[in-house]
Write a protein that binds this ligand. Structure first.
Ligand SMILES: Cc1cc2nc3c(=O)[nH]c(=O)nc-3n(C[C@H](O)[C@H](O)[C@H](O)COP(=O)(O)O)c2cc1C
Length: 387
């Protein structure tokens, strides 16, 4: 893997190279490995590998899995952003990619506690780079310290269950108790505030804003290709790449799924003309929003790389907590994206919800109830280790 190709962001519109990501991946799947979701191999003795087998299950943008691990000692390793797994058209400043570093760190810290270890995490040990660049420096150094008496984080039990649920929900809002439970779980953190709203008025705004945002997102060649590159059109593509997402994660199953995969969607025709793929995305977004009564977001006053990583940790904890509460959760990030065409709608969204102009909404997601969807695939742990 090449980690040298780091990028100083000099402008927008550099996303058309994203189709290249369709050619990576490997096909050494065994029928029993469940694409990572069985957790570590029971025969695995190396604590680093065990913890990493959980960490790769974290939520991350487009299931890109943008991580590289450098092993630094028998109980330690460094985490880097994989510069070949970015989303430059939709995430031009790699903000979401850094949130996906935080989700990884949180998942590994929880896993470590469940395996009798403390994960000591030193952020940006070689210095933090600015939020407009990506440098060849670790996001974190991690040391796993054996602590036989450690209390496992209760969220450990949710690591193999959690997922982003992209189905339509049942239009019931969270109860006041559920909302308060989540608010007090997140805590009063003025720098990283969690807002949860369930009013009819807010729902109406979100239906409009989220649908408009998807409408803006589609129809641009670079952005379309970036999404299509991560969309898995059939099981063979899933097995080959072990990343991305498919209709299964939107809740399509059985004959319907087989029909869509064989007769409606094909990579060849979609890449040639993404118009109907885009239209589908807008319709699905609208239906998802219409079926939802509770929306939530996490805002930060600063927007440093560390803020983004910490938000990732917090978002991941909330997702694990809602899993424990039997709730469904789904990020809807389009309106938060920083390419120029989205900025006027983003400003309108902030104004509508009284969010300070200077604050950054890092994550926006819906909450509700829905049947679980199948897990998105993960690569092998060995594929993220730098060798
Ligand atoms: C920063 C971030 C942004 C995301 N944005 C979206 C989004 O806009 N739409 C969506 O359907 N999922 C979004 N997701 C969810 C990912 O698609 C999901 O985490 C990934 O496919 C892995 O699936 P899982 O969470 O079910 O394990 C986002 C996740 C993260 C961490």
């Amino acid at each position: 893997m090449n980690r040298r190709n780091f990028i100083k962001i000099t402008g927008l519109g550099i996303g058309t190279a994203a189709l290249g990501s369709t050619v990576v991946g490997c096909s050494d799947v065994t029928p029993t490995d469940n694409f990572g979701w069985n957790g570590p191999d029971p025969a695995e003795q190396d604590i680093r590998m065990k913890v990493l087998a959980y960490a790769i299950l974290c939520p991350n943008p487009h299931n890109k899995q943008p991580w590289i691990i450098n092993l630094t000692g028998s109980h330690s390793f460094d985490l880097y952003v994989d510069p070949e797994r970015l989303l430059p058209a939709t995430d031009p400043f790699y903000r979401q990619i850094h949130i996906g570093q935080g989700t990884f760190l949180e998942t590994l810290a929880i896993a470590a506690s469940g395996l009798g270890h403390e994960a000591s995490i030193d952020y940006f040990p070689q210095g933090m780079y600015s939020n407009t660049e990506l440098l060849d420096k670790p996001v974190a150094s991690i040391e796993l310290i054996e602590r036989p008496g450690i209390t496992p984080d209760p969220l450990f039990a949710q690591l193999l269950i959690r997922h982003s649920n992209k189905r339509e929900y049942d239009n019931r809002s969270l109860s006041q108790t559920e909302t308060e439970t989540l608010q007090s779980f997140h805590g009063k953190n003025n720098n990283h505030a969690l807002s949860i709203v369930s009013s009819a008025e807010a729902k109406q705004h979100f239906e409009q804003i989220l649908t408009d945002a998807m409408q803006i997102e589609v129809g641009d060649k670079g952005r379309d290709h970036e999404t299509i590159a991560m969309f898995r059109f059939n099981e063979d593509e899933v097995k080959q790449h072990r990343d991305g997402f498919s209709v299964a994660q939107a809740g399509l199953s059985g004959l319907k799924k087989v029909f869509v995969e064989n007769f409606i969607l094909s990579r060849e025709s979609t890449e040639k003309d993404p118009t109907s793929f885009g239209e589908q995305a807008v319709t699905m977004t609208q239906k998802a929003a219409e079926s939802t009564a509770t929306f939530a977001w996490i805002t930060t006053t600063g927007n440093s790389r560390l803020d983004q990583v910490i938000v990732g940790r917090e978002y991941c904890r909330i997702n694990l907590k809602t899993t424990a509460m039997g709730l469904a959760q789904h990020p809807m990030s389009q309106v938060l994206q920083e390419y120029p065409e989205m900025l006027p709608l983003q400003a309108r969204f902030k104004e509508t919800f009284g969010i300070d102009k200077g604050d950054t909404v890092q994550m926006l997601f819906r909450l509700g109830r829905a049947e679980a969807t199948p897990h998105g695939p993960r690569r092998l742990v060995t594929q993220i280790i730098n060798s």
